[in-house]
Design a protein around this ligand. Structure first.
Ligand SMILES: O=P(O)(O)OC[C@H]1O[C@H](OP(=O)(O)OP(=O)(O)O)[C@H](O)[C@@H]1O
Ligand code: HPA
Length: 187
């Protein structure tokens, strides 16, 4: 059975995704062009992996990259509760303009935890770049740091989506598009 046959509906095709990533990258290039120091782009593992790689390759600025991980979700569609940092950055964020790159903001718990972590480590600003935003599910407001901005790809309806880095039970991250699984595969 093919991978595509697990999908009930496609919400964003590969072409739509990459067009939007190109637009966000050019907005970020414009916004950070006059910054005195190269920004630091921090991808939130594991889900942001594909978006992060596509995004940073399209930004026409010198920049640094790093990764961070916060554990919040179990293997299914339900959160495990309050997340905590389980893989810290390699680079020093003190005095840096940081852009946290996420695949999706849902309750906001993961990003809030990571923003607080970066602020405590002395980042001079923290911006968010999330490919999808599900504002209807928000439990914690996203509080940016300094003159940080919130970049987003698309607003996502209240489905548990997979693909373009996003998983269900650690599967489907490799789909090049974003969609919803057939009900029998959410088991
Ligand atoms: O806004 P929230 O409700 O916190 O949800 C968003 C987070 O959930 C997912 O990560 P997950 O913890 O499932 O790990 P993963 O990146 O390894 O898939 C996603 O990648 C975000 O990081
Ligand atoms: O819809 C989603 N899909 C995958 N991972 C997620 N983490 C929060 N929401 C989602």
């Amino acid at each position: 059975m093919s991978l595509d046959s697990h999908i009930e509906k496609v919400l964003w095709t590969q072409d739509q995704i990459l067009d939007r990533v190109t637009q966000i990258a050019s907005q970020i290039t414009h916004d950070f062009n006059a910054a005195p120091h190269p920004p630091l782009f921090v991808g939130v593992a594991t889900g942001a992996l594909l978006f992060f790689a596509d995004l940073v390759r399209r930004i026409q600025l010198p920049l640094s990259v790093d990764l961070v991980r916060a554990q919040s979700y179990g293997s299914g569609t339900l959160s495990n509760g309050a997340p905590s940092v389980s893989l810290d950055l390699k680079l020093d964020v003190k005095g840096k303009h940081v852009v946290l790159v996420e695949d999706i903001v849902d309750t906001g718990c993961t990003l809030s935890c990571l923003i607080a972590h970066l602020e405590a480590k002395g980042a001079s600003s923290v911006s968010i770049c999330a490919f999808l935003d599900k504002p209807t599910r928000r439990k914690v407001p996203i509080k940016l740091v300094g003159d940080g901005k919130f970049y987003k790809g698309f607003e996502c309806p209240d489905y548990f989506v997979v693909g373009y880095g996003m998983d269900f039970a650690e599967l489907y991250r490799n789909l090049p598009y974003i969609g919803v699984l057939k009900p029998e595969h959410y088991k």
